[in-house]
Design a protein. Structure first.
Length: 420
């Protein structure tokens, strides 16, 4: 959905690029503040279904409905439409937070084995990318078919269908999973938990890493539709094939990661793939002209492939960083740790949204018209060199991250001895 959201708001919904940028910043800042609170709440509440699973049941249907509302384009004055965009985006984000933090936290209670966690996250992200594949392929096509010339109505019905499918899948996840372990949850106040969490240097590194990753990923992913439509001069018909190329690459990256990490240190793989992403992005800027359609597709495929190989590793690393923090400080801080990572993630998405809106406006972007040379240069920069810098920073920062599989086994042994 994120891949199409900026394009939807500017070219379908009718907001200015500057207003979209501010919208993204405001909503993501609200979201970022709420994430840690949601993490603490999930730790405090326990039910007969477990600590995390019931949230999937409770918020599945509200999530689907919120997605539908978000893609309604009301026939109102501009400021009223802007207010509707704020209200529905904030609503969807709050509901999504309530269901996502427990969903992500489940990895820590369905298995304690680091290899199984990595594998489970690999499968999770394959399914996530398949869903993204369906959205990028099906939604634009459905929008044309269902809208019958009315793009706004087409997107409303198409995303309503996607929201309904998402709700059903969350309910399916609730019904088919079990929480197999129940780690000790601290009863300390949030303030004291936060104090202990700040002593967890590996968790802090992960937080900064996801912030930087989101800046690079969201800027490139959000501008990809503009790049296909305007820079490559492909019009609306090229958006789906171009975005799909990136999604297919991401799916293959998830599969490749699960296999490669059996033979290669996962943290080294994480670091080097981000540096490769930086190099490929720079090459794409200097090599791809407006007429080089095949080369553009090839570079976009490779960039998404190497960039997304880190995903299963990163999200399995959070639970390992929680165990590291328990060993280091003597206190286990789980819910706040997961919520805090999502704070960094949403904060990064907010920063990226602001940068996107500012740069589109700065370079003179105008929706659904032929772009100026200055605007096309800006779109190319946002597609390549600007996100490349964030990926380079991630590659350099991950050199300070210590918890590979061997290190984590030592942590598990120490915690087992402590509990014995």
């Amino acid at each position: 959905m994120q891949l199409l959201l900026a394009y939807f708001y500017t070219d379908i919904y009718g907001l200015s690029a500057a207003d979209v940028g501010v919208l993204f910043v405001v909503v993501r800042m609200i979201d970022a503040i709420i994430d840690p609170a949601m993490g603490v709440l999930t730790d405090k509440l326990n039910t007969r279904w477990g600590r995390y699973r019931p949230w999937l049941l409770w918020f599945a249907i509200p999530f689907g409905f919120a997605v539908y509302l978000m893609f309604i384009t009301p026939d109102m004055a501009y400021m009223a439409k802007l207010a509707w965009a704020y209200g529905t985006y904030i609503l969807m984000t709050l509901v999504y937070t309530a269901i996502t933090i427990p969903y992500i936290s489940m990895i820590g209670v369905i298995t304690s084995d680091p290899v199984e966690r990595l594998s489970a996250n690999g499968y999770r992200f394959v399914m996530t990318k398949i869903a993204a594949f369906l959205v990028t392929i099906v939604v634009p096509m459905l929008a044309v078919w269902l809208g019958q010339g009315n793009k706004a109505l087409g997107y409303q019905f198409s995303m309503g269908l996607m929201g309904a499918m998402g709700a059903l899948l969350f309910i399916f996840c609730f019904l088919t999973t079990r929480e197999r372990s129940e780690p000790e949850i601290t009863s300390l106040s949030v303030g004291k938990q936060f104090k202990y969490l700040l002593r967890n240097d590996q968790w802090i590194i992960l937080g900064v890493v996801i912030l930087l990753l989101m800046c690079g990923y969201v800027i490139r992913g959000s501008v990809a539709a503009y790049y296909a439509k305007y820079y490559l001069n492909g019009g609306d018909s090229l958006i789906s094939p171009f975005l799909t190329t990136g999604v297919v690459a991401s799916i293959l990256a998830m599969i490749a990661t699960t296999w490669i990490t059996k033979f290669w240190d996962k943290i080294k793989m994480f670091r080097y793939t981000q540096i490769i992403t930086f190099i490929l992005s720079a090459l794409m800027y200097f090599s791809v002209g407006r007429e080089n359609l095949i080369l553009a597709f090839a570079f976009y495929f490779l960039i998404n492939f190497f960039c997304d190989m880190q995903m299963p590793v990163f999200w399995s690393s959070i639970a390992e960083a929680v165990d590291y923090g328990e060993k280091k400080t003597g206190l286990r801080v789980s819910g706040l740790a997961f919520g805090g990572i999502l704070f960094f993630q949403k904060f990064g998405m907010g920063i990226a949204g602001g940068i996107l809106g500012f740069l589109l406006s700065h370079f003179g972007y105008q929706a659904d018209v032929e772009q100026s040379a200055r605007s096309l240069t800006g779109i190319a920069l946002m597609m390549t060199l600007i996100p490349a810098l964030f990926h380079l920073a991630v590659g350099l920062l991950m050199k300070k991250y210590l918890i590979n599989n061997e290190y984590y086994r030592d942590i598990q042994l120490a915690l087992a001895q402590k509990q014995a």
